[in-house]
Design a protein around this ligand. Structure first.
Ligand SMILES: [Zn+2]
Ligand SMILES: [Zn+2]
Length: 764
């Protein structure tokens, strides 16, 4: 075993203990002291050193997370503040704002500037490019629990900009971003429509302009990594130069490859995945200089060791895990596999072995983060990765030539376009092969553990123990897989955090239903934020859904309907229930046309209807009544579907967007009123002031209320008065803007049926 494996293992263990047990820093200091003394003590040499690494890693994690708990901004909470700050990540478009991480350098208060260094999550009405410095006025406040991904990056406050101006950039960084921008505009100029955005995605890892369905094809074929900044790009750049300079002496090739890597990193900016890639490339170069074989594994492990001591948080970063595991796979499985395939020509055998050995260990993270199990992935990567290298080469060549000889540059560009179109075509064909990929639900800890144990067995397959290990673990995995076909999964209702809007997923006995799909104003725009694409579709995938047994649309308002288009495009839908309401909204027309195109039956519902969702599970429809209400505050809201899920004794009421006119009419029309009684209430109309009247709440008298609402929404939902009414009557009031996605498991086989809130990680 390589000598770095054990220290690395102890570092990882230290980080895990620090994270999950939350041990105090003092403990780590104490352990460190004991280990130091013990390792200096004669005769006790081996173990203390490993525990030294263990405690250093734990200490580093503890100290970093302490320093992230900075209080410098505490006194400014809730205030309107002026900051000077730097844009620290590429802004992401959300429905209402651009969102990015910013580093403050100065704050203005008490009539003068004060130095103040902190990280804030910025919501800005304007777009600013990466690394630009801005002076902004806005409101500062503390991040709620939802920001935990940002808290890991050391950010505990958000900053809501009302106005901002850009200051002069730092010369070096602005030069980098200018060169990048001029390269991007060269791509836009020289390549035709879908290809320019693809080229930008491949070169810069900037995929915001690529259409969602194309992104999806890359995702399901396991080639998505080509469109993000990754260590692989660095490897491609350095290898490309290495082979281009094949005639030159060894040192020249090495220097050339090194310069190319640095230049590339300069263009893209200091993003962690690229920095890791640069380090790994450096390592590979050192290993090359020192000789091959075992050394490369050592060098690689050493890089991981250093990286994790520098920033222990990277252990939980999907990009780090993916690149680390795939390199690990190549190091362990490439040689034996290539040997097995030695009957093939060498270059074919090598490429196949590289792809398979890199893909094997990342099956689990891919299932965990992207919910896909792609059988086509090795083949697709085998074909597309070399093409991406060619594309990067042709792109930089044409850009370089464009300064010297325009027409030659255009000729290179047309070659580039052919390569890009070939790439798109391959990805499309691969994604369309039946059974090429499968949506899978999030794997559990036991599965993850067994899977990696079986990989260890596979690696040791030549030995007796290896054979036994591999056979037992893969046998157990197969058993679990088969068992999942016979054991009925728990019944669950999940209210998704779709921002301003409604969306809930209902899973009953292997069937999945969707109630509304959220929606944002930029839903159908090309580079706008789509709730359907980004929230609803991934949440359905996380459940391993390939087919939806039914969709209920409560009413055709944007915040309920917007995400539907994405859902219809990604899943086979058996039927759609909806009220017979007419609206001139173009979105609704598009939705109806899409449903017709997909041949999905549209079933218009009315009150007194009972829909059998599954055995023992019915959906009782109580509203709208005919004739529909007219001339109310909002006719679409007041005629929205009010339905009640009934499973055994558990009842859940989905109240759509009805307002007081609707609630009142519903109560008058329903006999007996006790029919409405339910344990869980999806609060009508996002908790607005015009809904949830006392009478209505009394009739339903739920134990749990869920308010589905977006943070800082334009309508100022939920109303404080309504919240007060809810809290007075209902013991548990959840809201998606503060609590995130909220799931409930329906425990039906117990004597008294009840509902149990489940943590976000399970329900997502
Ligand atoms: Zn609504
Ligand atoms: Zn509405």
């Amino acid at each position: 075993v390589a000598p770095v494996v054990l220290p690395l293992g102890f570092v990882i263990l230290g980080i895990l203990v620090a994270k999950f047990l939350g041990v105090h820093t003092l403990f780590w200091w104490g352990l460190l002291g004991v280990c130091l003394m013990a390792s200096l003590w004669k005769g006790l040499r081996f173990w203390p050193i490993f525990f030294l690494f263990f405690s250093v890693a734990g200490l580093r994690y503890g100290m970093l997370s302490d320093s992230y708990r900075d209080d410098s901004l505490k006194g400014l909470n809730g205030q309107t503040m002026v900051f000077r700050l730097e844009v620290d990540e590429t802004p992401v478009a959300t429905p209402e704002h651009y969102r990015f991480l910013g580093k403050t350098s100065q704050a203005y208060f008490g009539q003068r500037w004060h130095p103040l260094q902190a990280k804030v999550l910025v919501y800005s009405p304007q777009y600013f490019s990466l690394h630009s410095t801005i002076q902004a006025e806005g409101v500062l406040d503390e991040l709620s629990r939802k920001g935990s991904a940002y808290q890991a990056k050391g950010c505990h406050h958000f900053y809501f900009i009302s106005k901002a101006i850009e200051e002069k950039n730092r010369p070096f960084l602005s030069w980098a971003s200018q060169s990048r921008e001029s390269m991007e505009s060269w791509f836009s100029f020289s390549l035709l429509a879908p290809y320019d955005s693809l080229a930008k995605g491949i070169f810069f890892g900037d995929h915001r302009q690529i259409e969602d369905n194309v992104m999806d094809e890359f995702r399901v074929t396991g080639t998505y990594h080509l469109l993000v900044a990754s260590g692989l790009k660095v490897a491609l750049v350095s290898l490309g130069i290495w082979f281009l300079l094949w005639q030159c002496p060894f040192q020249v090739r090495l220097v050339g490859a090194g310069l190319a890597v640095l230049g590339y990193a300069f263009l893209i900016g200091p993003e962690p995945p690229l920095l890791r890639g640069v380090l790994m490339a450096l390592c590979a170069a050192i290993a090359l200089l020192l000789g091959r074989g075992r050394d490369s594994l050592d060098a690689f492990l050493l890089v991981a060791f250093i990286l994790l001591l520098v920033n222990p948080f990277w252990l939980f970063d999907p990009g780090f895990q993916l690149s680390f595991l795939s390199v690990f796979g190549i190091l362990f499985f490439f040689e034996p596999l290539a040997l097995k395939l030695s009957f093939l020509p060498k270059w074919i055998a090598d490429s196949i072995s590289v792809t398979i050995s890199a893909q094997l260990p990342i099956l689990i993270p891919l299932a965990y983060y992207f919910h896909t199990f792609s059988l086509i992935s090795p083949l697709a990567n085998l074909l597309v990765v070399p093409l991406s290298a060619v594309s990067m080469f042709l792109g930089s060549l044409s850009f370089g030539l464009s300064f010297l000889w325009k027409s030659a540059a255009m000729m290179v560009s047309s070659c580039h376009q052919v390569v890009l179109s070939l790439m798109l075509w391959i990805v499309k064909v691969c994604s369309e092969i039946p059974l090429a990929y499968q949506s899978v639900s999030t794997p559990n800890l036991l599965t993850i553990f067994l899977f990696y144990l079986s990989l260890v067995g596979l690696w040791l397959i030549k030995t007796r123990q290896g054979k036994i290990l591999f056979a037992t673990t893969s046998g157990l995995l197969a058993c679990f897989w088969i068992r999942s076909f016979f054991v009925s999964p728990p019944t669950r209702i999940t209210f998704l955090d779709v921002g301003q809007g409604d969306s809930a997923i209902l899973s009953i006995q292997r069937k999945t239903f969707l109630l509304d799909a959220g929606g944002s104003p930029t839903e159908t725009e090309l580079d706008g934020f789509s709730v359907g694409e980004r929230v609803v579709v991934p949440a359905l995938r996380a459940r391993g859904v390939n087919v939806l047994d039914g969709i209920l649309l409560t009413h055709p308002h944007l915040d309920h309907l917007g995400g539907m288009l994405a859902v219809l495009q990604h899943f086979k839908v058996k039927r759609i229930w909806l009220p017979d309401l007419s609206t001139p909204s173009p979105l609704y027309k598009t939705f109806l046309a899409e449903a017709k195109k997909c041949k999905i039956p549209l079933l218009f519902v009315h009150d007194h209807e009972k829909i059998q969702l599954a055995e023992g599970a019915t959906l009782n429809l109580y509203w709208p009544e005919f004739p529909l209400l007219h001339g109310t505050h909002s006719d679409l809201n007041n005629n929205s579907v009010v339905s009640q899920l009934e499973i055994g004794d558990v009842k859940i009421l989905f109240a759509g967007d009805v307002e007081l006119e609707g609630e009142k009419a519903l109560l008058n029309h329903l006999h007996p009123k006790s029919l409405l009684r339910s344990q869980i209430l999806k609060v009508p109309h996002h908790g607005s002031g015009t809904s949830s009247t006392e009478d209505f709440l009394r009739a339903v008298s739920p134990r749990i209320a869920v308010v589905s609402v977006g943070e800082h929404n334009l309508y100022h939902h939920p109303s404080p008065l309504t919240l007060k009414r809810l809290r007075k009557r209902i013991p548990y009031v959840y809201r998606t803007d503060h609590d995130g996605t909220i799931g409930f498991e329906l425990l039906l086989d117990e004597r008294t049926p009840r509902v149990k809130p489940i943590p976000e990680s399970v329900s997502q």
